[in-house]
Write a protein that binds this ligand. Structure first.
Ligand code: NAD
Length: 288
């Protein structure tokens, strides 16, 4: 996609962080934007901010882990704007720290529901809409560097982000084989200053109450980001990530990596695999 003016973007997790950064960028490009998010108050704030920029936006309260809510999102998008040209499957939650067995059934269900099923629903519902349009379209799935590396402190997060990379690779190939006018990218950012460390604010009530579950950050969000910066990690702003996403869409580039300092770890993982080496061990914590 090279032309964005008057085109329609649907962004999940649009009320905060990377999603909001992409929404702002879409408005700057002259697009109409459907903001899908599970958090009503944040959605209201985002609508106000983007409308003040002169944007045409449609906020739709959506839990992406629920198929019927994603179907309703598509219906509202088509009713309001008649099409969807850019789909950003971006909503995600960090889940809990701890080993696989310490995370409860519901800890797992929450993270897999949002991070993986949310994207599967987005693709199964919106790709047929895009195919029927037969216009230039693009899909961006948000994974993470966690989807390329051998470790992340959150087991469910780690698993779902690897799955999103595989899902996106499959998508890319099937769209190309079909000769569709839809391109695809997978976004694998490193650290981005957002509210991801406070994801448990959106933990559904029925999923609460596992005493063994530790949210990803126990301290303040600001302290956690400052800790990373103090320890030499590059922390990008959502606007910088949105720039990287739009550059990739224009170039029809599939992999969107924002933190080249992680490349060596990705290379090392691949070398370990083909040389039959075990995964590396060592202290890695995102806690502040
Ligand atoms: N911030 C980082 O360092 C980082 C790094 C790599 C990948 N990511 C990924 O970026 C994506 C966006 O996260 P962010 O960092 O902007 O965090 P964020 O918490 O600022 O934004 C995530 C948004 O998703 C929404 N959301 C949560 N559950 C939802 C649901 N069930 N349905 C719909 N919306 C829901 C939240 O309300 C929030 O507005 C996620 O997929 C995350 O895994 C973030």
């Amino acid at each position: 996609m090279k032309e964005f003016k008057d085109k329609v973007a649907v962004i999940t997790g649009a009320a905060s962080g990377i999603g909001l950064g992409m929404a702002k960028r879409c408005i700057q490009e002259g697009m109409r934007v459907v903001l899908a998010d599970v958090e009503q108050a944040a959605l209201d704030r985002a609508e106000k901010e983007l409308s003040a920029m002169g944007g045409t936006v449609l906020p739709v309260l959506t839990d992406v882990s629920m198929l019927h809510q994603v179907e309703a999102l598509a219906k509202k998008t088509v009713e309001a704007f008649g099409a969807c040209h850019l789909l950003c499957n971006n909503a995600g939650v960090s889940g809990m720290e701890g080993s696989i067995w310490e995370n409860s059934q519901t800890d797992w269900e929450w993270v897999v529901g949002v991070n993986l099923w949310g994207i599967i629903h987005g693709l199964r519902v919106f790709i047929p809409v895009m195919l029927a349009q037969d216009t230039e379209c693009h899909v961006v799935n948000t994974a993470s560097t966690a989807g390329l590396l051998p470790y992340h402190p959150g087991a469910a997060y780690h698993v779902t982000k690897h799955a999103v990379v595989a899902l996106s690779e499959h998508l890319y190939r099937s769209l190309a084989e079909k000769g569709a006018k839809i391109k695809a990218s997978v976004l694998c950012p490193g650290f981005v200053k957002t509210r991801i460390l406070s994801s448990s604010r959106n933990l559904p009530l029925e999923y609460q109450g596992n005493p063994a579950a530790k949210p990803m950050s126990s301290g303040s969000e600001e302290a956690a980001w400052n800790y990373l910066v103090r320890n030499g990690f590059k922390v990008l702003s959502p606007d910088e990530v949105a720039d990287a996403v739009f550059a990739a869409i224009k170039e029809e580039r599939f992999y969107i990596l924002t933190h080249p300092e992680f490349n060596e770890l990705v290379r090392k993982r691949m070398e370990n695999i083909i040389q039959g080496q075990n995964p590396p061990l060592g202290p890695v914590s995102f806690r502040s």
